[in-house]
Each structure stands twice: as structure tokens, then as C-alpha cells.
Design a protein around this ligand. Structure first.
Ligand SMILES: [Zn+2]
Ligand SMILES: [Zn+2]
Length: 129
């Protein structure tokens, strides 16, 4: 496969095994990263795919937090930090489900108590007569 050195812009021929790893440029001798699309990145860079236009955007690694705007389509998106768990969207979802379940349990207990009172009342009425 062909890739371009991000430092000297030299065109290089490399084995496919460098994808997602590191390579050393034979022209300038510098090490660089190769992203999953097979493009060269500087060691402090990171590439992301725009969710709007699927374009490849290169960001500085120390500058990936927060919202980014795609230079191609202008869409704003949040970059997920590499190697970290997805944003905690899934965790708060568990709370309402258990709350609903608790409400159902409470409703059942309440219904049981009401039935018990009715039965007691009926028994009292029966015994008093
Ligand atoms: Zn180079
Ligand atoms: Zn875009």
C-alpha cells in the first residue's frame, strides 16, 4: 500500500501490516502513526471519521476533547477518546427502570394491604352480626 509521510510528505510504499500501528519514514527517518484508513499521522495527531460526511479529520491528540466542527460539512460532533469507554449515556438508563419496578412493587404491596383491610373489615362485620 501507499502512504504519505506526515512530516516530509514523501510518498512511501509500506506493508499492509503497518495499518493501525507505527512506521518509520525512510526519507526523513522519523517515526509516525498509521491510522485505520492507512494514512500517516504525526505522533501527536489522531484521525477521526466525521459522522456527517464520513470525511477523515486529523486532530491534535491534546486537542480532542469537546465539540469539533468538521471542515468539510461543518457538522459538530464530539470525539470519543481512544481506548476509553463510550460516554456514560447507558448508565443513567438503569435508574428509571428500577424506579418503575419499585413503583410496581409498592403498588402490589399497597393493593395487598388494601385487600387485607377489606377482608378484615368484612370479617368484623360478619362476626358482629
Ligand atoms: Zn518522512
Ligand atoms: Zn463532515
Amino acid at each position: 500500500m501507499n502512504l504519505q509521510c506526515p512530516y516530509c510528505s514523501g510518498n512511501l510504499e509500506a506493508d499492509d501490516s503497518v495499518i493501525g500501528g507505527r512506521a518509520r519514514c525512510p526519507l526523513c527517518g522519523r517515526k509516525f502513526l498509521v491510522d485505520r484508513t492507512g494514512a500517516g499521522l504525526k505522533m501527536d495527531e489522531l484521525s477521526v471519521i466525521c459522522p456527517g460526511c464520513s470525511g477523515r479529520i486529523v486532530l491534535e491528540r491534546r486537542n480532542i476533547r469537546g465539540k469539533k466542527a468538521c471542515p468539510c460539512c461543518g457538522r459538530h460532533f464530539i470525539v470519543a477518546a481512544p481506548g476509553k469507554a463510550p460516554p456514560p449515556d447507558s448508565t443513567p438508563a438503569a435508574a428509571p427502570i428500577s424506579a418503575v419496578r419499585n413503583n410496581i412493587v409498592n403498588a402490589c404491596i399497597l393493593a395487598g394491604v388494601i385487600c387485607f383491610i377489606i377482608v378484615c373489615a368484612a370479617l368484623c362485620v360478619y362476626l358482629l352480626h
